[in-house]
Design a protein. Structure first.
Length: 347
């Protein structure tokens, strides 16, 4: 942690140096405006104590310059000057200064101002790191409105998990494995990216969260990280929308590249949260709810949307469905009461 002290008077520099050095702060010094700007750019100090009357540039200009540059804009600046009139104070604050201390000053007051400003910087940096972590974790996988809400309340995505009700949707390309055997790698990747982009775009329209891209499949969550009263409907509408729009996507593809998408949707309680650290998190859900949705998708065929009974009952006002009966599910003792749904009548 270092402090840049800027003053054209050597006696003042030595005085501030003695006070801060005794408190254990490493110091950098500058005696002109241009030198202050250069030192700040080169060393990125944690705090700048800045005089106003400087050769080359005024302290006001130095402050404005540093606050206008992205690399130095977050460095707090305390104006330390004999100019104590109201106009000078206002000008200093308008130029971007975080505090204004008049000369002559008490050493105790100087230390108190320094400690307070550094503490505020630490809190701000911590919040900024949380926001960067949130953007890195969610920005590509949830709608912009959800990202902005999380940035306002970073505590919503602390490492750890909670039990909560969610709806899980799995979507998987049928026949991709066999198709991959006949395509050269670049064509295969481009085709997979086309399908993923298509599916993810629609999921985000319904404010779903992309949990994972699983090879040729997608896992999406609803009602997390933000609550959604209609999360079951959002998941079902996502699948129906994808199913409807797939026809138009296929019109731009060779017939041999046209694949159907199978879906599995279930809702229930799961452990949801961040696995990892605040700097490297994987936001995910685990539990029986996730397993049931995955197994329903694995049973689906020819572009079917298979859902559990609870999902079917919650969406009967806008879908058509027919029972598939009690289906055995791998890794689960109890079978799943499954339904195939559509937005049109079945034959």
């Amino acid at each position: 942690m270092s402090i840049l002290v800027v003053d054209d008077n050597k006696d003042n520099l030595e005085l501030v140096n003695d006070i801060l050095s005794a408190a254990g702060y490493p110091l950098i010094q500058a005696m002109t405006g241009p030198q202050a700007v250069q030192q700040a750019q080169d060393h990125h100090p944690d705090l700048i104590l800045l005089d106003v009357n400087l050769p080359g540039m005024t302290g006001f200009d130095v402050c404005y310059t540093l606050k206008s540059q992205e690399a130095t804009s977050s460095i707090p600046i305390i104006m330390l000057t004999a100019q104590t009139d109201v106009e000078s104070r206002v000008r200093g604050l308008k130029s971007g200064a975080d505090d204004y201390l008049a000369k002559p000053f008490s050493p105790r007051e100087l230390l108190a101002r320094v400690e307070r400003t550094l503490k505020q910087k630490s809190v701000t940096e911590g919040l900024r790191q949380k926001q960067q972590s949130i953007r890195a974790t969610f920005e590509r996988f949830v709608s912009p409105s959800i990202v902005e809400a999380l940035l306002k309340n970073p505590d919503l995505v602390k490492p750890g998990g909670n039990l909560q009700s969610i709806t899980v949707m799995f979507a998987d390309l049928q026949g991709f494995t066999s198709l991959s055997e006949s395509l050269e790698p670049r064509t295969l990747i481009n085709l997979l990216n086309t399908y993923h982009s298509f599916v993810v775009k629609i999921i985000l329209q319904y404010s779903g969260t992309i949990d994972k891209l699983l090879g040729d499949g997608v896992m999406a969550l609803y009602n997390t990280p933000l609550e959604q009263e209609d999360h079951i409907s959002r998941a079902v509408k996502s699948a129906l929308h994808i199913q409807d729009e797939l026809y138009w996507l296929h019109q731009s593809m060779p017939i041999e590249h046209r694949m159907k998408i199978n879906f599995g949707i279930h809702t229930g309680v799961a452990v949801v949260g961040n696995i990892g650290t605040e700097n490297l998190m994987n936001f995910t859900a685990v539990g029986d709810t996730v397993n049931v949705a995955a197994r329903l998708q694995s049973i689906a065929d020819e572009g079917q949307i298979l859902v559990s009974r609870v999902v079917y009952e919650a969406t009967q006002d806008f879908i058509f469905g027919r029972s598939r009966g009690l289906l055995p599910v791998k890794g689960r003792r109890e079978p799943v009461d499954a339904y195939e749904i559509s937005n049109t009548l079945f034959d």
